[in-house]
Design a protein around this ligand. Structure first.
Ligand code: DQA
Length: 139
């Protein structure tokens, strides 16, 4: 089972960024825990702050990998290009948000990509990534 975990803009600052919303742990530390928990899953982690790079990464892995766990950050609420990339590849994508976007500003309630995803997990903290991995494993 090959899974890509893909984070979008500002998620490289996890652990430092608005810790009351996003927590104190860096994604690198969390990813290490995740790979330790699932030693038999071939899991890689990528992050970019750039919309086009996220599109390129989805194209690169989206015909080869068994699943993509995507937190597109703020691009969730703006990016037709990322939504189209998800629709254009074969690999299923699960949308994850650390915070409960529906309990926040109205502009965070809209996801351009949700309709092209297998499903969405929001508001469960970093645990959401693990739940998405578990879902792909049970397919
Ligand atoms: C986020 C929610 C987005 O609205 C925000 O722009 C992010 C992070 C989350 O994980 O809760 O950067 O995707």
């Amino acid at each position: 089972m090959k899974l890509l975990i893909l984070n979008g803009p500002n998620l490289n600052l996890l652990g430092k960024r608005e810790p009351t919303i996003y927590g104190n742990k860096s994604f690198e530390d969390y990813f290490e825990q995740l790979t330790t928990k699932y030693p038999n899953v071939d899991m890689i982690y990528k992050q970019s702050n750039h919309e086009g790079t996220l599109v390129d990464i989805i194209h690169e892995y989206g015909f080869e990998y068994d699943g993509i766990v995507l937190n597109a950050g703020a691009y969730t609420h703006t990016s037709v290009a990322i939504a189209d990339a998800i629709a254009g590849v074969e690999t299923g994508v699960i949308e994850v948000h650390i915070s409960n976007v529906h309990a926040r500003e109205v502009f965070r309630h809209k996801s351009y990509m949700a309709k092209n995803c297998v499903g969405t997990i929001a508001g469960l903290g970093l645990k959401g990534y693990e739940l998405a991995v578990q879902f792909f494993l049970e397919q």
